[in-house]
Structures are given as C-alpha cells and as structure tokens.
Design a protein. Structure first.
Lengths: 853, 231
C-alpha cells in the first residue's frame, strides 16, 4: 500500500513543483547554515592547528609561557634535561612593514645554528646567491622572506625591508627567499625569519623568549620527557605536543563559536516553520484526495504515514542539498571567522579548504530530517483525522483544528511566565544547557500564543487598513484573522528570525551603552598611544623607552604604561591588566567595590594585592580577601584580592595589578598602551600632534584623544559583534525565505478561493491589491510579534546569556527604533514575495480556478 | 434579458471541438429556464459564457442589451457583480468566512462598509431562512444550509439574472426540493431571470421553459408543462 501512496506523493510533487522546490530550499538552507557554521568552525581550528604544526616543524614538544613568554633560563634548563635532543628558542611576532601599506608580516625568530634540525627551509635557488642563507642570519640586519611576500612587495635578495619594531623603525636586508611550502604557507605566505636573539631585542622581549621547540632523543618516550620537564620548569610554562595546542585556541575563540551555533539553530527552526506551513497547505489542497483514499480503504495510520513519509523524503533530499550548500557556505564563513580570530585573538591561520567531517554531515542530515518530521507532524495528524464522508461531499467541509483554544492560550501564557521567572530568579549555577532551556520554553510559549497574538494584532490593524486601503485592506486583514493557521506559520517564521535579530541588536546596544557609561567613569586620560589598531597585540609591544621619550614632551604631567594580556586561570583564558596604579587612583575615584578604596589603593600601589573585575568574582565565586593564585614564568603568584571593579576587558573576567608587581613575576617590561595625563590648560590636540611627530616613521603607533579613544573602543566592540551582525543577516535571509515560501504557497493554495472572489465580482486589481495588502499585513504582524518575542528574549540575553558568557550585568534596554527599521524592510520583502503569485493568481482562468481542487 | 446570437465556443488546437455550436437563445425578463442535457453537451459552457467567465469564439452574448464580449475584464466583472448572481453545485463558499461574511463579500468588494454589508447580509440570510445562523461557518452547516448561503450571496445585489449550476446536485431530494421552493419564492419576490443547469427533472419542473442541449446544440426548447407531459 505504501508504494501506491508514494506514487501519489510523487505525482503531487510533480504537480506542485514550485511548492516542493521552495520547501526543499527551506530545509536545505537551515541544514546548510547548521552544517556550514560547524564546518567553518572546525576548519578554522584545523587551520590554526595546521599553522602551529607547520611552524613547529619536526618538534615533538613545545614549551610556551603565555603571552609574556618566559626567561631564557628556562631554555638552559630544557637543554640540560636528559632525553632532549634539540631545543630551540623561538620568538613569534605579527608585526608590520614600514612600507606605505604597513602590511602585516609574521616574523619568526629562530636560532640559525640549530634550527635546521627542526625545520626544513627550502630556498628558492634561482634567486639565492648566498651559499647558506641561515648562516647569513648571523648578520644582525638579515631577514629571510617567503616567495609570496617577496612577490607581493617586489623584493629580491639584498633589498631592504623596513619593519616597525619595539625599538622603532628598523631596516633589514633580505638574505634569502624560501619557497611557499611548509612554514612558507603560514599566514597566507606573509612570513619572514630572522635571528632569535635579534628578534628578542628589536621586539622588546628583554631576556624572555616566546617558545621552545624541542625534539626528544629517539629512545626517549615523549610523554615521559614531558613529565620530566614538567617537574623541572615553573608552573607558568606549558609543555604540549604541537597538535594539542589547538585545544587552547579553541577555548580562546569559544565565544565566537557559541554565537555561530545559536545562529545555525535559529536557521533550522525557521526551516521547521516552513515545513509546517507547506504540509498544512498540502493537506488542505489534498483534502478531497485524502477523502478518496480513506473511502478506498486506506487507514488513518497510513494517511499519516504517507505525509510523514513525504516529510522524511523531503528532509532527506533537503538535508543532502543543505550539506552540499553548507560546504561552500563554510568557505565564506571560515574566512570571516579567520579574520576575526586574527584581529581579536591574534590567532594566525593558514588558508585551507573546508574540512569535511562525516559525523558533522550525519548530524546535520539527521537534524534536517527530524526538523522536517517535526514540522509535518501536526498537519499529518490533521490529515489522518479528516472525515472521509465530508471530504468527499464537498470542498468547504474542512475541519478546523482548535488552534485558538483556551487551553493553548493558557499553556502559552504559563510557559512564557514560567520561562521569565526562571530567567529572572533561577540560580546561574544550573549550567548553560539548562539556561538555554529557559529560552526554549519562552520560544515554545510564544509559538503556542502565535495564532492568538496574530489574531489580536490583525484586529488592531483592521481599522487602519480600512481607513487607508478600503474594503480590500479590510478583506486582507479579515482573511488573516479567519485563517490563523496559515497566517501563523508565516508569522512564526518571521517571528523566530526577527526575535533573534531584535534581541541581538538590543543586547549589542545595551552592551555599548554600558561600556560607554563605564568608559566615562574610568577612562579619563587625555591621550592614548596604542601599539595596535586592535585593542592590543599578542606579540607586538612598545618598549618603556618610548614611554620615557613621550613623557619628556612639554605639557605632559604623567604617563601610565599599560600591559594587557590573557594568561590562563582555572583552565580559562582571563584578562590581566598591569598598570601604574598610583597614577590610576589619582584620576579614577569611587570605583572600588567590596572594599575601602583608600585601603585598596595603598595595597595596590605597594604591590600587596590585586583587584579583580566584577564578572571575575561572579564567575569564580571569589570575594575580597580571597587569595588569587596565578602561574607565572618565574615563581608562583599568590596575592589577596583587595577590591572589585567594574570592567569589560574580558568575558572571562580580568585581574588588575600594579606594573611593578607584573614586571617582577612575569619578567616583562613591554608596553601595550601609554596613557597620557596633561597639565591643566594644556591643549590635547597640540600634544597629540607632538606625540605623532615623535613616533612618525619610527613606530607603528596609534594616538587618540580621550574622545577618539572612546570612539575607537566602541568601533572595536562593533568589530567584535561583526559575527552577531552576520548571524542577524542569516536570520533575516532565512526569515525572508520563510515569507517568500509561505506567501507563494499560500496564494497557490487559495487559487479556488480567489477564483470564487473573481466569480462573484472581484476585479483583478482588487484581488491583486488584496493579496499584496495581506502580505504586508502579515509582515506587520510578524514584525510586531517578533518584537514581542525579541523583547522577552532580550531579557533572557541580558539576564542569562550576558551573565553566563561574560558574567556581566547589562541593563535591559530595547529600542523601538530597530522595530521601526525592520517594518518597511519586512513589508518590502513581503510585497516582493507576493507580487509574482498575485500576478499569477489574477491571470488564472476563473473557470479553471473554481474547478480547482 | 439574456440573448445569445449564433454563439459558438471551440476548444482544441488541432482537432476543433465545439462545446457550443452556433447556439441562439432569448430569455425574457423574469423567465425561468432550465438547461438539461447529458455530460459534455455544453451546459456549463453556456453558463460560463452568460456570466462572462468565458468568451465565445463567435457570436454575441447580451445581458440586458449589453454584449459582454465587447467589455473589458473589469467592466465585465462589474456587470457580473451587479447584474448576475451565481449559484454553484459545490456551493463555492469561502470556508474561513461565516455565513454572514460570505454573503456580505460581494458588497464589500463593491466598496460597502462592513457595517452596511453585514446588515444587508443578515437581512438576506433571514430571507433564506438562516437568520439564526449568521455567525456559523460553512463547515458547521448542512449541504442545504450551505446552498441557501450561496443563494443569499448570489442575490445580495438583487441582480436581474440568477445563474444556477446544478443547485440541487449535491443535496438529497428533500433538501433539493426546499432549495427549489426557496428559489421560487425569491423569484416571485424579485422577479429574477433564472437560468438553471440541471440534471434533475423535478428541478426543471420549477422552470417556465426547458432547453435540451446535445453536442453543443439546442435540440429542443419546450415549456415546463410540455416537458412534464413528455416525461
């Protein structure tokens, strides 16, 4: 029997090709985003790991010391450890050339005498005139560059390559060009090699090195050697196999991955609505056919199975298509993620094709098919319950399911209230998955309320439509009111997409407002000099010497050297800010929480304690007086917390300590930012010009006045939210597809109804106007319900997500402006989506339409 | 009131099939005419041509002296809205609208306010015996009641012409008889010209004249009395 039913389904697909294609596209896009985002994430991680491996060469272990590096003495200890065959120090910097474009260049400092045992350098023999380019590195101005970089800047052996260093602008001489293979492929080939000790000097590492790459003796077990080294080295240095260093990177970019995953689920959810809509309409269109089948002896179960089988088949085809599309989507998404990873997390990747993982594909496939089944479940149930006698009798006898019933309304209200209560009052320690459950409850409640809300808003719209568009406007709204199921499915697709857009936009806005207020209280220096156009650079810093030269300029009262880095604490990458706290307390007042500010100041300046960010104490359940232990490259750091301050440096929280204390424990005197305080009455612009003159051509420095600095920070925040904007764009595209799909199908479904309207005297122009107005009304209702859902979801993001991901308390703020912006956009999309079907509908023969079943 | 002059309607590209073959017919104002004939004889085509949903290949169809083929689509639609009421075998009601809303629909399309349209629809429903069921949807009503709604909708403008396509075709004989009686009553009240396609001999007996079609041609035109006698 099922084969006959399959044949009927196949004929339906052939007859309704557009409906079938749009539905398949709905599933395919949902699956594509889901699969594409996960694949892009994986590809990014893989390319970051590949970079590490390419740079590691034959090294079996790598020793790192966080961003500050570690003292050279560690190298001595490693070299003397039995079982170590080769141990080579490495400095790694993402610097900038002093060419006009100031292009980025990865500079790797290696010890030319021993490095060949670890890394193979394949030199471009056609251009190399030097017998051994590595030996040439012994000359302090030598540098080797990749063929890719050489070609880009038209450089050859012997040419000068100017670079910005911590010691100012330095000119290096190209003494070898290596092929774009292996290490030469890293950072898209923008890579150079120089002597490690020269790099250590010019890039302000002092007596620190960034990394040791080592190779064990063949007879020694790597893990045993690792254990031996662990016992000998300070706790602040990490010893890992190159391949496993990717785990740390994964943690660093985790916030980015969470956002991308949420967006992909939203895409799938919209897909469910599209399927629901398609099958609801399909059941309506096939009303008589179902009656005939039932009359011919097809059982209820088999009718249901026919529709569910169709859903599975659509899920299978749509998901397969989605995985195919997702693979290509991953290429674009990976590029964007890679850019953000480089800019914000200073993580360098090597371009590679997307990684295809079968387990990802199978998961996406199963989720796609399940989504399709979920979407078809209710319509299939409805189809199986049709009364065959009534169905055969005539077409008007459609059973209306109770989707506006009280039970549903009460259940929806209860779910929304319960979810809001949980968001507002449930403890944070329940974990991320449970907290996402609150959002799921909220969404489910909204879905239950959808038909009623649609009806209520449509009723509110009615007088307006009457006033502005006459009887066609009223008829359009009435059609919506009287077909809550059909309308709700379209509105639902819009609601889910827009809810995400509105809530994300509201969160971004709230976050910006909060940070802006915080900056007004804390950031009150006159001028700022930064070493990077991002908030900071992981590898490139100023030297204290530059600070001293700036401090000597006229009009400057005091400078504060700031070092920002991200050490490991409790397996997380937290923020750490080291600065001159004496000066800081001079200009910042009434900001210390949970302690007396004067006492906190005394202890901070004396180097007898640390302050921590408010989100840090929330995250790690600490309080003033507790001791904070950090692993350092020298000796263990163990200090009391003497105060808590509001701060937004890191979503994992940040630790603040005096610069003297930092230099002592981390053996690092480099500077990321120089904060300048001027004598009263000194003109900021004049001093800014003086500072710019001082650094021009010598340092890659970014000088901002207070106002410019705040704007710059806000721009950086916007950059961080670029991913959110991408997610919003995906949601809008899928919601738009939802509208297009639903309206095209809806108009096709109403062929007979529109034919009746024409038969009883409706003009073509009236029918067209009515369809377009209905589309516009659906868009308005969708935007308004999306705004309600977005409003509630913002509460979730602010209360739960912000606290969960960042431990931040962000005030609730929801701007109606974005709803007003979304309104014409949604109406425009709806009108476009309805235009073609409306044209087709009015041109269809009335006789054919009335006979259409 | 209704005049067909040498009207033909052809279908097909290669081999031409005449749905109506040079038919001429004159129906006077207030006259009730039943069109009978086997399936494929051209009954529905005749009806579609008279209401302007279809166009003749040749000849003229005039309603109240107006050749409807000469009108553009909008004017033809307006003429249909105001001068022709239509009742279908399958009722063709909008399932999502209540009885009152279905009946008010032509008025609303004509620009009447909802209040006025609802009031007139309620009055018309009262006339067809459904005054108490104005808020019910078609799926909550019997076949006979649905056809009454369709008749009320057709007559909401009190059109001079009522076209009925098998109005009792989907109804049991008792309900069918009630519908025919209702149409008789409304005919008396409004003096509507009725052109009714039917297979039902009893329905034909409610008309003044019975026309028989076969292969697109009128093969007989008799008074109802003659028709009954022949039976």
């Amino acid at each position: 029997m099922l084969s006959v039913l399959a044949q009927i389904t196949w004929k339906q697909w052939r007859q309704h090709r557009l409906r079938t294609a749009l539905t398949l596209l709905g599933i395919a896009l949902g699956v594509a985003v889901f699969f594409g985002v996960r694949t892009a994430n994986l590809t990014l991680l893989s390319s970051l790991t590949t970079t590490i491996e390419k740079l590691a060469g034959k090294a079996t272990l790598q020793i790192t010391g966080g961003e500050s590096g570690f003292p050279e003495a560690v190298w001595e200890t490693v070299k003397d450890t039995p079982g170590v065959r080769v141990a080579q120090p490495v400095i790694e910097v993402i610097g900038n050339t002093a060419f006009a474009d100031q292009s980025s260049l990865m500079i790797v400092g290696v010890d030319m005498l021993g490095d060949r045992e670890l890394r193979e350098y394949e030199f471009d023999e056609t251009t190399t005139e030097i017998a051994d380019p590595l030996v040439a590195l012994a000359q302090p101005d030598s540098i080797l560059i990749s063929r890719t970089f050489a070609d880009k800047h038209n450089l050859k052996d012997g040419d000068k390559l100017p670079l910005f260093t911590s010691q100012g602008r330095k000119e290096f001489t190209v003494r070898g060009i290596f092929k774009p293979q292996g290490m030469g492929e890293v950072f898209d080939g923008q890579i150079a090699v120089m002597d490690v000790f020269n790099a250590q000097f010019v890039f302000g590492r002092g007596k620190n090195i960034d990394r040791i790459d080592l190779m064990n003796e063949p007879e020694v077990d790597v893990l045993a050697l690792r254990q031996k080294l662990r016992e000998r080295l300070p706790a602040g240095v990490e010893i890992d196999r190159p391949a496993s260093r990717g785990t740390g990177i994964e943690k660093a970019i985790s916030a980015m991955s969470i956002g991308a995953t949420i967006a992909s689920f939203i895409a799938l959810l919209v897909g469910v609505f599209i399927i629901f809509n398609t099958f609801s309409i399909s059941v309506n269109q096939r009303w008589k056919e179902i009656g005939v089948l039932r009359a011919l002896g097809v059982e209820r179960g088999n009718v249901q199975r026919m529709f569910l089988g169709e859903a599975v088949l659509m899920g299978v085809i749509g998901s397969a298509l989605g995985i195919f599309l997702g693979y290509f989507l991953a290429i674009g998404a990976e590029r964007m993620l890679s850019q953000i990873a480089t800019q914000l997390f200073s993580q360098v990747s090597t371009q590679q094709p997307p990684v295809f993982r079968w387990d990802f594909a199978v998961t996406a496939f199963v989720i796609g098919v399940l989504s399709s089944l979920i979407g078809a479940l209710m319509p299939a149930r409805g189809a199986s319950r049709l009364n065959p006698i009534l169905a055969l009798h005539n077409i008007e006898t459609r059973q209306q399911e109770d989707i506006l019933g009280k039970t549903r309304l009460i259940a929806g209200v209860v779910l929304v209230i319960v979810s809001m209560g949980l968001i507002g009052f449930a403890p944070a320690k329940v974990g991320m998955n449970v907290q996402f459950g609150y959002a799921a409850l909220l969404l489910f409640g909204m879905v239950l309320l959808l038909p009623k809300l649609t009806q209520w808003i449509a009723r509110l719209l009615r007088p307006l439509m009457d006033r502005f568009f006459g009887s066609e406007g009223v008829l359009a709204v009435d059609t919506m009111i009287q077909s809550p199921r059909r309308t709700s499915a379209t509105v639902g697709a819009l609601m889910v997409g827009l809810m995400f857009v509105f809530a994300t936009a509201a969160y971004v806005r709230s976050y910006q407002t909060t940070v802006s207020g915080w900056m007004d209280r804390i950031v009150n220096c006159d001028l700022f000099v930064a070493a990077s156009d991002q908030a900071r650079s992981r590898t490139y810093h100023f030297s204290e010497e530059l600070s001293l030269r700036i401090a000597a300029l006229p009009g400057i009262k005091r400078i504060e050297n700031v070092r920002i880095l991200f050490p490991t604490y409790a397996d997380d990458s937290i923020g750490m800010v080291a600065l001159d706290f004496d000066g800081w307390f001079e200009r910042v007042k009434n900001v210390v929480e949970q302690a007396d500010e004067n006492e906190a100041r005394e202890k901070m300046v004396a180097g007898e304690g640390v302050m921590v960010a408010r989100n840090f104490v929330e995250r790690y359940h600490l309080t003033t007086g507790d001791r904070l232990k950090l692993a350092t490259p020298t000796v263990p750091f163990d200090m009391p917390i003497v105060g808590v301050i509001e701060d937004y440096t890191s979503e994992k929280g940040a630790v603040f300590l005096d610069r003297k204390l930092y230099k002592k424990y981390w053996n690092d005197s480099s500077v990321d930012m120089i904060e300048i305080n001027l004598h009263p009455g000194t003109d900021r612009a004049t001093v800014k010009t003086e500072v710019q003159r001082l650094v021009r051509g010598e340092h890659r420095a970014f000088v901002y006045t207070n106002q410019e600095y705040k704007k710059w920070i806000m721009d950086l925040i916007n950059g961080f939210f670029a991913l959110s904007y991408m997610q919003m764009a995906v949601s809008i595209i899928i919601a738009a597809l939802g509208i297009v799909n639903a309206l095209m199908i809806s108009v096709a479904e109403r062929k007979r109804e529109l034919g009746v309207l024409r038969a009883i005297g409706g003009l073509r122009s009236q029918i067209r106007k009515m369809i377009l107005l209905e589309a516009a009304a659906i868009a308005i209702v969708g935007v308004l319900i999306g705004a309600i859902a977005g409003f509630l979801n913002t509460w979730f993001i602010v209360r739960t997500m912000a606290m969960m991901v960042g431990g931040w308390t962000i005030p609730f703020s929801f701007s109606p402006v974005m709803v007003l912006i979304a309104l014409p956009l949604a109406i425009g999309i709806a009108l476009l989506a309805a235009w073609l079907p409306a044209r087709k509908a009015v041109n269809t023969s009335v006789v054919e339409a009335i006979g259409y079943e | 009131m209704i005049q067909l002059e040498n009207v033909s309607r052809e279908y097909g590209d290669g081999k031409v099939v005449y749905a109506l073959d040079h038919v001429s017919l004159l129906i006077a104002k207030g006259e009730r005419v039943a069109v009978m004939g086997p399936s494929g004889s051209g009954k529905s085509t005749l009806l579609n041509l008279v209401c302007g949903l279809d166009e003749p290949t040749s000849g003229e169809v005039k309603i109240d002296g107006t050749n409807i083929a000469s009108l553009d689509d909008d004017r033809r639609t307006r003429l249909r809205r105001e001068k022709i009421g239509m009742v279908f075998q399958t009722f063709n009601l909008l399932s999502t609208l209540t009885a009152q809303e279905n009946v008010a629909l032509p008025l609303r399309l004509n620009g009447s306010s909802k209040k006025e349209a609802d009031s007139r629809a309620a009055a018309m429903l009262d006339k067809v015996g459904l005054g108490a069921r104005v808020t019910h949807r078609p799926d909550q009503m019997s076949g006979g009641e649905r056809q009454r709604i369709a008749i009320a909708r057709a007559l909401i403008f009190q059109p001079p012409v009522l076209l009925a396509d098998e109005p009792t075709g989907n109804l049991d004989s008792k309900t069918g008889e009630e519908i025919l009686a209702l149409m008789d009553g409304l005919h008396r009240e409004f003096n509507t010209t009725i052109l009714m396609v039917t297979h039902n001999e009893e329905a034909a007996e409610h008309c003044d004249r019975v026309i028989r079609l076969r292969d697109g041609k009128i093969v007989s035109s008799t008074t109802a009395k003659e028709h009954t006698t022949k039976q």
